[in-house]
Design a binder for this molecule. Structure first.
Ligand SMILES: Cc1cc2nc3c(=O)[nH]c(=O)nc-3n(C[C@H](O)[C@H](O)[C@H](O)COP(=O)(O)O)c2cc1C
Length: 201
């Protein structure tokens, strides 16, 4: 019988989440990452809000905290190469925007010139939840850049070669080892330290 975790992981593969590229810039520093923990967080079309969950150890989290803003991008199903650029390494050691054409948004975020659509977001609330920091952000502008279907997580795994799959798994395993104590600490202190949602502006 499959273990509880294997079974949950395989059931979650029944859904195919869209891939987001989250970018941000603070001073001279810029960067971005691949994320699936991104969701629309409002049903009010006149006041769109997005919610993003970013791991505290990622450089992009640092940039978002410093700038109070980020851009979200959906990719087309042909743009899997962009995923390798933003999923591997950290922006602490490499300028991930150097190899892609980008411009700057009104909020100062790097905007990928080639994508399916982008959303320029200003953070208004932040919640530290141990292994993730959650950001609620107003969408100040958004644009569809090209036609096509959004790139989804399973398209990425299907396109990956053996080395890329090994690297994705190694990065994920390393993140789990690093982040598990942060999650446990957050969880064990929830009663004396309930989740704090901070207004950021
Ligand atoms: C399919 C996929 C989904 C991911 N989703 C997230 C996510 O939702 N949040 C997050 O913080 N990292 C996520 N990551 C990991 C980051 O993209 C990755 O660790 C990145 O290199 C961090 O870059 P940075 O240190 O330059 O910010 C995901 C990676 C992959 C491959």
């Amino acid at each position: 019988m499959a273990s509880k975790n294997e079974s949950t992981a395989s059931l979650l593969r029944l859904v195919n989440r869209e891939i987001w590229i989250v970018t941000s810039m603070a001073g001279d520093a810029r960067g971005g990452l691949v994320a699936t923990w991104v969701s629309a967080a409002s049903i009010d079309d006149d006041r769109p809000v997005m919610l993003a969950g970013i791991a505290p150890n990622h450089f992009t989290r640092d940039l978002i905290d410093r700038s109070g803003a980020f851009a979200l991008h959906l990719l087309t199903s042909e743009q899997v190469e962009v995923v390798w650029n933003f999923a591997f390494d950290s922006g602490r050691h490499r300028d991930k925007l150097a190899s892609v054409a980008s411009t700057q948004s009104d909020l100062g975020n790097p905007l990928l010139k080639e994508c399916l659509a982008w959303f320029d977001c200003r953070v208004f609330a932040r919640c530290d939840a141990g292994d993730r920091v959650f950001y609620w952000a107003d969408v100040e502008a958004s644009t569809q850049v090209s036609e096509g279907k959004p790139l989804c997580e399973q398209d990425v795994f299907l396109a990956a070669d053996g080395d890329q799959l090994s690297q994705l798994k190694a990065d994920r395993d390393a993140d789990v080892v690093l982040q598990r104590p942060w999650h446990d600490n957050w969880r064990n202190h929830l009663s004396e330290q309930p989740p704090q949602i901070h207004r950021t502006q």
